[in-house]
Design a protein around this ligand. Structure first.
Ligand SMILES: C[S@@+](CC[C@H](N)C(=O)[O-])C[C@H]1O[C@@H](n2cnc3c(N)ncnc32)[C@H](O)[C@@H]1O
Length: 270
């Protein structure tokens, strides 16, 4: 049913938004190729506690931020919201950031107090909500979120639903593929302090996003990427000589929805 709706909407898109039609077809082709290419990049990984220890060694703080009431509140609100919308939702609940990655978004944002944060991949807006709450605690900064939502009529009802109204002033939501939106956004906002990838996890798309944003990251800026185990794109970042590069592999202890799941994501610092 959903696939039929998507195909019908894709056909309707061609005359109305030919560029977006091309972007979506390219993404489907990319996903198909990725399935053929499947194979783990075999990264060396660290556990969550060890990553936090290293972050503390580099940036001076960590654990105390993870105990902030604002973070606890955001987790509780998100958990409640994801429970309330389960069943009637449009996005797949597994799209929402896992609890560890969401906490890492909050932590990074509190640690480096970014003026400009850019993320790709919104869906319900779980990562966006954690970043925006950290921005509120910092008292400054803007989050630009780039997302090409699913081709379904009702998507707007759920798009970014996890972001409370009170946090929307510092949020700029850009609709479209990251391949098209990122270069334009970076022309207007040339220096980025924090970048979060959580859109289409194909090698081509991840590599393109990293290559596009890297020259715009200031020294000391942080790049976070979810689901890095799918391909080699995050590993290729090492060729850019980052000051810090780690892949975290762990298991959630208190998930935001569903059962505790294994998680894997990357942290790099320029
Ligand atoms: C894993 S979900 C994002 C989850 C979100 N970060 C959260 O924590 O709730 C991926 C999102 O990326 C969007 N997306 C897929 N391909 C994209 C592309 N090429 N550019 C931008 N967004 C894309 C999907 O429609 C979906 O909304």
């Amino acid at each position: 049913m959903r696939r039929a709706e998507t195909l019908a909407n894709l056909a309707l898109l061609l005359p109305r938004r030919p560029q977006e039609f091309r972007d979506r077809v390219a993404a489907y082709a990319d996903l198909g190729l990725e399935l053929l290419r499947r194979g783990s990049p075999g990264y060396e990984t660290v556990s969550w506690p060890s990553a936090i220890g290293e972050i503390e060694a580099h940036l001076g703080r960590g654990t105390e931020i993870l105990e902030e009431p604002a973070l606890r509140e955001t987790e509780q609100d998100t958990r409640r919201l994801l429970k309330d919308i389960s069943g009637g939702d449009l996005f797949s609940p597994r799209w929402a950031a896992d609890s560890r990655f969401a906490r890492l978004c909050y932590l990074s944002c509190r640690l480096i107090e970014p003026e400009v944060t850019v993320e790709t991949g919104v869906a319900y807006g779980v990562s966006s909500a954690f970043i925006l709450r950290a921005i509120e605690e910092n008292g400054r900064g803007t989050l630009h979120s780039v997302d090409l939502p699913p081709l379904r009529r009702e998507y707007k009802k759920f798009w970014g639903i996890a972001v409370p109204d009170a946090l929307r002033d510092r949020w700029r939501l850009h609709r479209g593929s990251s391949s098209r939106i990122l270069p334009r956004l970076l022309e207007k906002t040339p220096t980025v302090d924090l970048f979060v990838h959580d859109s289409l996890h194909t090698q081509r798309n991840m590599r393109r996003e990293f290559d596009t944003v890297w020259p715009h990251l200031r020294n000391g800026a942080v790049l976070l990427a979810d689901d890095v185990e799918r391909n080699r794109a995050f590993g290729e970042l090492r060729q850019k000589s980052p000051a810090f590069w780690r892949v975290v592999k762990d298991r959630e202890s208190s998930p935001l929805h569903g059962r505790a799941a294994p998680v894997m994501f990357g942290i790099a610092m320029k």
